[in-house]
Design a protein around this ligand. Sequence first.
Ligand code: ATP
Ligand code: MG
Length: 369
Amino acid sequence: MARDTGNLKLTNVTKVFGNGDDKVTAVDKFNLTIKPGEFVTLLGPSGCGKTTTLRMIAGFETPTEGDIALDGKSMKNLTPDKRPMGMVFQSYALFPHMSVFENVAYGLRVQRLSKSEIQTRVADVLAKISLSHLAQRAPNQLSGGQQQRVALARAMVVEPKVLLFDEPLSNLDAKLRAQMRVEIREIQQSLGITSVFVTHDQDEAMSLSDRIVVMRNAVVEQTGTPDEIYRKPNSVFVADFIGRSNFFKVDKIKSKSSGKAKIEVNGKRMEVPAHPKATSTSNPVLLVRPESISVKAAKPTKALGTVTNIVFYGNHVEYSIATKHGEITAIESDPVYDEIVQPGKGATFEFDSSRSWLIPSDGTVVHEE
Ligand SMILES: Nc1ncnc2c1ncn2[C@@H]1O[C@H](COP(=O)(O)OP(=O)(O)OP(=O)(O)O)[C@@H](O)[C@H]1O
Ligand SMILES: [Mg+2]
């Protein structure tokens, strides 16, 4: 249920901190239009400018250049309290001396709503996040996940046009994090609130978002749906940041037309989907995700590599294979245990060429995380 308000537009948004030798460009010409009700995640390594972007949207930082508009109107002259936005932080930031009910009611009291309306709205939102029974507790009597839900309720209850999240789940354990992801997505979709979510956790980004913005060193590397980012990354950096990757050296590009290239890899000809900038001069590499590769035992004369390690997880097995392209990772799901190729043995591998992606590798550095 998308609303018709909550269109957020960032145009050439730039933030430079300090001056002279201390100058840091934290965000450089950020452009993005977020549709009403859309869930967009900013993803990237530490220090790439995610929080700074979010703080500019909230109004806690002023852009050095560029503009941020909500529903077609610049927010330049609006202080944070005048922007119809709710923010959820990593640290929850609940008021320790107030009950759960009062924490959630706070924004409504500021708006001077009637007692009965406050009562109804807080009760509604607490029910939505299954916390009605804890309304009278103090924050220090709650678990981390419960506190984070209260923070979410407090941001939502004022029915903002935009919800901003800065790594809200990073203090929770893995299981609770996965559960909260589902809850946040459900609540956000049922209310149709435009949302900008910051994380450096790729699983979080993939599972929550309509679109992901991958940032690196203050600039946007790529904006796309989770599928586009995973299957058709713009660069080696994006491919490597999202999920796990194998990069095969390409012997030759024989021809290229309308998004396809005929290439040779391991002496084998194939036609693969290709990035527009993947040309012979761009030092192209072929991206193949581990789950697209299937492995078979092979005699030394036929082998493309030697298995160096296997990890058996029951539902899948993960191979490491030493090849002339370096170490290749392959993941086979639902393996038959007796057919797993053991370490030290020769192996061949295959993949469906339509599941690969040719990308330029010039000027791209594999990130350090
Ligand atoms: N107030 C400030 N003064 C000076 N430099 C700052 C300030 N705030 C952020 N920076 C710098 O701007 C850059 C981007 O910081 P930002 O907090 O936006 O990164 P981030 O992507 O949120 O990283 P993390 O994942 O670690 O939270 C960093 O180099 C940081 O040191
Ligand atoms: Mg941050």
